[in-house]
Design a protein around this ligand. Structure first.
Ligand code: ADE
Length: 651
């Protein structure tokens, strides 16, 4: 078999082998002029003249499939007699690489994958295309962890090459619909293949195993064992949907592949409550009915509807006496429901970061490894980074392909997660300890705050410094970016420290915007609300529209238990509230609807910012050092003094 490494195909220099299948090798290629990366798929088959022309026509047709969940074909060519395709590079590899054979994948992750693949296939079916080779090896993950279906029509192209030995089909027969085996594929054949994938991910086993011939005859004549007999925690509703997609007669499957995905999602959602109940640890009280759906009024355990946040942007500061007092709160909020507990750390967990696709959590606890694990199951993933230094902080980049780590050598390193390659390193903090890092939401910038009173903003691609902010006296403990990246002066940062002040400043110039003093206690945590406050609408989503003044809020948590919140336009304090213990984290959910704080006394409390009600209380089994919302707002992860990370269902 030809090895193309170091050679050139079209305008691409071949860098390394990405994967190899029965029909093709896939290489990473780098454009010789542009330096851009692409996946180069070289088919093993050698083409004679007539099929070559047919292949060209076919490749042209495939290249016109344009959908956000389909790998784009950028170019194709012929090297000698070997045809090759230049494809959009999917740096995170395939779902077969992400989930090894035999692995059980959590239902919510399965639903998220299937919805995206089904959208790609629905589009193709509407364009009169059938994929014919849907399998985890052909489903890739893009730069932002989006699902990309690849190898469109490759099966069709390969029909040109007759007499493929059956052995070569081993990867494919596992997913092949009965009518396709009989030479009559239709759109429903792709649905059947997707049904087999769902079966495999949910149960950890494919419905049919054996030699290729045995598997083919089982597709034709044997009914799959119902999923629940393999894994009883799967609900009847989910089982029914999957079994329908696996009907032998294509007319008995869902009329369209999108309907299959929708039915699966609905069945899964209706099943969340019972399955979460199964996961409940002991000693937690019952969840309010219908969580994950809009919560009904929680009679008896809500905070009296005291206006915590003013209903108009012009309202004056709310005095502490007008706010719910600590005494009014003890029974407020329902008890949280523990979903999983990650126990891989040996020390206090100091840092955790949820990837933007919600699938992975990275965490650090002053050990020489970064732990990466699956959320919300708590299953440890094989990716570890053995370091020669102790790691204190971790942070995923917003698009999820890079990880920033802070070492006890005062350096910040940026890693490419897919390849484990060190991309950049920031060494500007000298000998100071770095207390906090945060990625800018929409630019390749990082900010890092240190004990010497500085915050550095630097280029995450090159490691070059941009500005150093020196507005604090004494250690800077915490920082957060504003989400309004399009404000006329660029993104802003809020920082807080031992000097008791909270400061907002322009990230690109270092110009101080406002100093907030307030309570005389150290600031341990700050947050910038992702919302814009509109007097008529209440809270609305963050406006990334230029020239719309964003009246967002900032909040801080102090070591005397005070939470303070200010309006960034008026500079006015809109909330001041004292909790009974030091507050280590304050944070809004990504949609800005809920606000949570975590404390040294083990508690996490969640507020609804619309109703001003405390909706949930989570009790970690040790002081909480760090907490984070999942990107979809459905879960909260807390890391604590007991070296565990616990994932909770958020109301
Ligand atoms: N393996 C197969 N196709 C690929 C692609 N487009 N990107 C990365 N890896 C791949």
């Amino acid at each position: 078999m030809a090895d193309y490494i170091g050679r050139q195909l079209g305008n691409y220099k071949i860098v390394r082998l990405l994967g190899e299948g029965a029909f093709a090798q896939v290489y990473l290629g780098e454009h010789i002029y542009l330096g851009t990366q692409a996946a180069i798929k070289v088919l093993h088959a050698q083409l004679a003249n007539e099929p070559l022309e047919w292949f060209r026509t076919e490749a042209r047709t495939i290249a016109h499939l344009a959908h956000p969940n389909i790998v784009r074909v950028l170019e194709f060519g012929i090297e000698g007699n070997a045809p090759f395709l230049v494809l959009e590079y999917a740096p995170q590899g395939t779902l077969r690489q992400r989930h090894a054979k035999g692995e059980v994948v959590s239902p919510s992750v399965v639903v998220s994958y299937i919805k995206q693949v089904a959208e790609a296939l629905q589009y193709a079916h509407d364009e009169k295309f059938i994929h014919r080779d849907v399998k985890p090896e052909n489903i890739l993950l893009g730069r932002r962890n989006e699902v990309l279906l690849g190898d469109f029509g490759i099966a069709l192209l390969l029909q040109t090459f007759k007499d493929q030995p059956l052995q070569n089909m081993a990867g494919t027969v596992a997913y092949m619909a009965p009518e396709q085996i009989q030479g009559q594929p239709g759109p429903a054949s792709d649905q059947y293949a997707l049904g087999i994938i769902v079966y495999e991910w949910l149960t950890g086993e494919r419905p049919f195993e054996g030699s290729p011939t045995e598997v083919l005859s089982q597709h034709l004549a044997v009914s799959p064992i119902p999923l629940r007999r393999k894994l009883p925690t799967i609900t009847p509703a989910v089982e029914q949907v999957v079994m329908k997609a696996l009907e032998k007669d294509p007319r008995r499957r869902f009329p369209a592949i999108r309907q299959f995905a929708q039915a699966l999602e609905q069945a899964h959602q209706s099943s969340i409550l019972p399955s979460e109940r199964l996961n409940m640890g002991t000693g937690v009280s019952a969840p309010p009915s219908g969580f994950e759906r809009p919560a009904p009024p929680l009679a008896g355990n809500v905070i009296p509807p005291t206006p915590v946040l003013p209903q108009s942007a012009n309202a004056g500061p709310v005095t502490p006496s007008a706010l719910p007092s600590v005494q009014a709160m003890p029974q407020g909020g329902s008890a949280g429901i523990l979903v999983s507990r990650y126990t891989g750390h040996r020390n206090v967990v100091h840092s955790l970061s949820w990837s933007s696709d919600g699938v992975r959590i990275a965490s650090a606890s002053h050990e020489k490894t970064v732990h990466i694990w699956e959320a919300p199951t708590g299953r440890r993933l094989p990716l570890y980074k053995d370091q020669s230094y102790v790691v204190s902080l971790v942070a995923w980049s917003p698009e999820g392909s890079r990880l920033a780590t802070v070492g006890n050598d005062a350096q910040v390193r940026i890693w490419d997660v897919a390849t484990d390659r060190l991309l950049a390193r920031y060494t500007g903090h000298g000998g100071s300890t770095i207390n906090a890092i945060a990625w800018a939401p929409s630019r390749p910038l990082l900010a890092s705050a240190a004990t010497d009173g500085t915050v550095h903003v630097w280029d995450a691609t090159t490691g070059n410094p941009l500005i150093i902010y020196r507005g604090h006296v004494g250690s800077v403990n915490t920082l957060a970016w504003s989400s309004d990246a399009f404000s006329s002066t660029g993104p802003r940062i809020v920082s807080g420290g031992d000097d008791r002040s909270v400061q907002t400043w322009e990230a690109l110039t270092g110009r101080t915007i406002m100093r907030y003093q307030g309570q005389p206690a150290r600031v341990l945590s700050v947050a910038w609300s992702p919302t814009v406050y509109s007097p008529s609408l209440g809270y609305s989503f963050s406006s990334n529209t230029p020239n719309v003044p964003s009246s967002s809020r900032i909040a801080c948590g102090r070591d005397d238990g005070f939470i303070q919140m200010w309006d960034t336009i008026s500079g006015r304090e809109v909330l001041s509230y004292r909790y009974q213990a030091p507050l280590t984290t304050v944070t809004w959910s990504q949609d800005g609807r809920r606000f949570a704080y975590a404390s040294e006394d083990q508690q996490i409390e969640v507020w609804d910012t619309m109703t001003n009600r405390k909706v949930f209380v989570f009790s970690h089994t040790a002081p909480v050092r760090v907490m984070a919302w999942s990107p979809d707002g459905k879960h909260i992860a807390s890391g604590g003094g007991d070296a565990t990370i616990q994932v909770w269902v958020a109301p």
